[in-house]
Design a protein around this ligand. Structure first.
Ligand code: DX5
Ligand code: ZN
Length: 220
């Protein structure tokens, strides 16, 4: 089986010590860094925005996976691209019929585009935009906060997404976000995930390198 990509979520980092947190994630063996951008409207929490992403970009060579949990994300795609995002992922729930257009705009900025769905949104809503996606992100918790429990019904959605991608001839990664731990990562990988986001499981560990290694070990 191919190696799973691990994206620690900076939501669980100490924001006041971000520079050190980035170094800690490089040492821990992260593949990319997941930046949770929240506006307090699309989700009931507020994190950080464009300047933070630009400043993070200056302090790490790891690719930045920017998950936009904001309303009207199309207004900020170019700004996040200029800030140095490697991936920008936008929610179906925030874009609706405009999702395809927004994914195209992301690609137009030279950034990889990802579409995200919440746990209660069927993956079928992404059918028409698969040719415009460089990855798909399936939420396995309701977005807004780290440290929530994995919603078990998402495992079946991963399989369904994998089948949809196969049928569409699209060989792109499925990333899973929320509640991933060493106890459920094997199930998620076996269902077809190519990448996982992990916040509390990595940042909350006494030994972060061991935490990343444990996630990798369980998916071999
Ligand atoms: C939730 C965020 C997630 C979250 C994951 O809204 O999108 O990226 O930080 O954190 P854990 O791994 O703690 O569930
Ligand atoms: Zn996220």
């Amino acid at each position: 089986m191919s190696r799973i990509r691990i994206a620690p979520s900076l939501l669980s980092a100490d924001f006041a010590a971000m520079g050190e947190e980035l170094i800690s994630m490089e040492r821990a063996g992260a593949d990319l860094l997941h930046c949770d951008v929240m506006d307090g409207v699309f989700v009931p929490n507020i994190t950080f925005g464009i300047k933070m992403v630009a400043d993070i970009r200056k302090r790490t060579s790891l690719p930045l996976d920017c998950h936009l949990m904001i309303v009207e994300p199309w207004k900020y795609v170019e700004a996040f691209a200029k800030a140095g995002a490697a991936y920008i992922t936008v929610h179906y729930e925030a874009c609706g019929d405009r999702l395809g257009e927004v994914l195209q705009a992301i690609r137009g900025c030279g950034v990889k585009a990802g579409a995200v769905v919440n746990p209660d949104t069927p993956v079928s809503v992404l059918q028409n935009v698969l040719p415009l996606c460089d990855m798909v992100l399936l939420m396995s918790v309701f977005p807004g906060f780290g440290g929530q429990k994995y919603i078990g019904s998402v495992t079946a959605k991963i399989r369904e997404m994998k089948d949809m991608l196969r049928a569409a001839g699209r060989d792109i990664p499925i990333e899973i976000d929320g509640g991933i731990t060493p106890d459920n990562v094997a199930e998620v990988k076996a269902a077809g995930a190519g990448g996982i986001v992990a916040g509390s499981a990595v940042f909350g560990a006494a030994d972060r390198r061991a935490a990343v290694a444990a996630l990798r070990e369980r998916t071999k």
